[in-house]
Design a protein. Structure first.
Length: 253
């Protein structure tokens, strides 16, 4: 029996990705041979543009870990990344056909497996894509999984997600994911920096989140963060700031 795709937010767009090839846990083979020359070129250009923006805006921990992704001229092979990632923090990345439901998502994280969408945006979507694609997931999320403290936080989030699902509290927990793992800011010695994947993979939101006077920036407090709603189709009006990944981990103990 084929698994059902997940829909991003309240979108009426049909889900992307071939879910017919997914296993019961929503994982699938990367199927590297199907990437076209245009796919690899899109990844290369995205990587080139985004990496040039990082100095002074991205977390030093992220910048230090980015080379661990390996290939930047083409889409990396997941097994190559996993050799380095498992050695560093015991994590691995697994291919998925697109967005997946909450319980399979939490289960993968709780077992130190990070789901990565294996298709890439079209050239027409180069500057903006609604759903997360392979560039967002690899470039935005995976480097910090090489950081032991942050990697432990992501696993703890997955474990908490499974508990929250049983209590009907997933919406509140999704806001914590959004404002930390996706759109978090961290205060470092050099000033405010981004560590959230949604910021780090966006050429427009990266300078906006760190430097613009427009958004509100607040210290991350669990109760306030989980009460704050978010939008998926515009820059954030509020960002939450941590002082260290240890603080983030300890908050969710």
């Amino acid at each position: 029996m084929a698994v059902e795709p997940a829909v991003y937010g309240a979108s009426e767009r049909p889900p992307r990705g071939d879910y017919a090839r997914a296993n019961a846990d929503y994982t699938c083979a990367q199927d590297y041979a199907r990437y076209t020359r245009a796919d690899h070129d899109t990844y290369r250009r995205l990587y080139e543009r985004q990496s040039a923006l990082l100095p002074g805006l991205a977390s030093e921990a992220f910048i230090a870990a980015l080379p661990s992704l390996g290939a930047r001229e083409q889409i990396p092979r997941f097994e190559d990344i996993n050799e380095r990632l498992h050695r560093a923090t015991g994590w691995e990345i697994v291919a998925v056909p697109g967005l997946i439901p909450e319980v399979p998502f939490f289960t993968l994280l709780a077992n130190r497996k990070f789901p990565v969408t294996d298709w890439i945006r079209t050239p027409e979507e180069f500057d903006y894509i609604v759903e997360p694609d392979i560039f967002h997931d690899l470039f935005g999320h995976v480097p910090l999984l090489f950081n032991p403290v942050f990697a432990d936080y992501v696993q703890r989030y997955g474990q908490g997600g499974l508990k929250a699902h049983g209590l009907g509290a997933c919406e509140m927990l999704s806001r914590l994911y959004w404002y930390s793992i996706e759109f978090g800011l961290i205060r470092e010695a050099g000033g405010l920096r981004a560590y959230g994947a949604g910021i780090l993979s966006s050429s427009g939101e990266l300078p906006y989140a760190v430097q613009s006077p427009e958004p509100q920036r607040l210290p991350l407090q669990l109760e306030r963060t989980m009460r704050t709603r978010y939008k998926i189709d515009s820059y954030q009006q509020t960002y939450f700031v941590i002082d260290s990944f240890e603080q983030l981990f300890d908050m969710t103990a």
